[in-house]
Design a protein. Structure first.
Ligand SMILES: NC(=O)c1ccc[n+]([C@@H]2O[C@H](COP(=O)([O-])OP(=O)(O)OC[C@H]3O[C@@H](n4cnc5c(N)ncnc54)[C@H](O)[C@@H]3O)[C@@H](O)[C@H]2O)c1
Length: 332
């Protein structure tokens, strides 16, 4: 049985990825390596917790010796690396944890894979999950990010992700490690930690509390439903080419304020409130330091080379997401 390490599998994207992959690939054993930080929730993985092809190991990827032991124990053929400190606001408050986990943690995993695979490339793959934020910010008329665009990270978060990307390329160029990288735009969907924009806004509307919106709310993000990202990860892991970079995006750009207003409409409707009831909760607050104006992704390469395309429209994905968080809030 082939073994694949999934790091950060108890987080937002990792848990959605495992719930998708474990039942679909019964001949692969997926080992979830996660430290279980504040952002993790093992409860989300209940449906697969006892699957014969799933294991969980609580480990900090900053602990090189612990990782070496796990590589020795499981002899994985592949790694899909998602574990990271992922919240931009936290990186502005306290950048050090981002360098430790995102840079040193990634370096530890690369080193372990290099030692364990010892020059073998066939059947091996180190897949690093990165972000569109490494490319910097776009103006309104800027061309969406392509794989060949130069790096221009602005926040401590994106700088740490950019740095980890460079180490991944360096291990490929220097030691021949079979790597692949993808850069994805903003994900949304079930199982995201409550501090991120969409779950936070839904929670505030439900509880009729102020909804903070940075600056004038005109910043633009491209949104991708998490299950579409998960399908892209599967396609790239199985069929992507070594040493290639793939951009993944929903090609659905919207301003933060338009998104918040859409959520107000959806949640108020679901709660049986009159249209526009919660609009007055919106409060514009001091802008995030160094707030990137716009991100947008050109996913042409992924679409044409691997035949991937997002299947969930923004409207459908947002409805599914709202319903999931509303159900969660009734269970609390
Ligand atoms: N969420 C997005 O919109 C988005 C977009 C593009 C790329 N990404 C990237 O995707 C990956 C996953 O993002 P997410 O939103 O699921 O993040 P998340 O914060 O929800 O989850 C991160 C997971 O990593 C684990 N983790 C953190 N530090 C660790 C450590 N030192 N050792 C082991 N485990 C550790 C946490 O416990 C958690 O389970 C990240 O690499 C992120 O940069 C996210």
């Amino acid at each position: 049985m082939e073994t694949v390490f999934i790091t950060g599998g108890a987080g937002f994207i990792g848990s959605n990825l495992l719930l998708y992959l474990v039942p679909r690939h019964p001949d692969t054993c997926f080992v979830n390596l996660d430290k279980l930080t504040y952002a993790a929730n093992l409860g989300y993985l209940e449906a697969i917790a006892h699957a014969p092809n799933y294991r969980f190991e609580q480990v900090d990827i900053c602990d090189l010796e612990a990782l070496r032991r796990l590589f020795g124990q499981y002899q994985p053929q592949g790694v899909i690396h998602l574990a990271a400190e992922s919240h931009v606001d936290r990186s502005i408050e306290s950048p050090f944890a981002f360098v430790e986990t995102n840079v040193m943690g990634t370096l530890n995993l690369l080193q372990c894979a290099k030692e364990a695979w010892n020059g073998a490339t066939d059947g091996h793959r180190f897949y690093h999950i990165s972000t569109d934020e490494v490319y910097g910010a776009l103006s309104l008329d800027g061309t969406p990010f392509r794989e060949t665009d130069r790096y221009d990270p602005h926040s401590p978060y994106s700088a740490s992700k950019a740095s980890s990307d460079h180490f991944v390329h360096a291990y490929s160029d220097t030691y021949g490690l079979p790597v692949v990288i993808s850069h994805c735009s903003n994900n949304y969907g079930p199982r995201q930690y409550g501090e991120k924009l969409i779950p936070l806004v839904i929670d505030r509307i439900v509880h009729s509390q102020p909804i903070p919106v940075y600056g004038t709310g005109e910043n633009i993000r491209d949104w991708l439903f998490v299950e579409d990202h998960v399908r892209a990860i599967e396609a790239i892991y199985l069929r992507g080419k070594d040493r290639e970079v793939y951009n993944i995006g929903g090609e659905h750009e919207t301003t933060n304020i338009a998104l918040v207003k859409r959520l107000v409409g959806l949640v108020d409707e679901r709660l049986g409130r009159a249209e526009g009831t919660s609009l007055s909760l919106i409060q514009f607050v001091a802008d995030r330091l160094g707030h990137d104006f716009r991100y947008a992704i050109d996913a042409t390469k992924l679409r044409t080379s691997l035949g991937w395309t997002p299947l969930t429209s923004f409207d459908e994905g947002l409805r599914l997401t709202v319903d999931w968080y509303l159900e969660l809030s009734t269970k609390k």
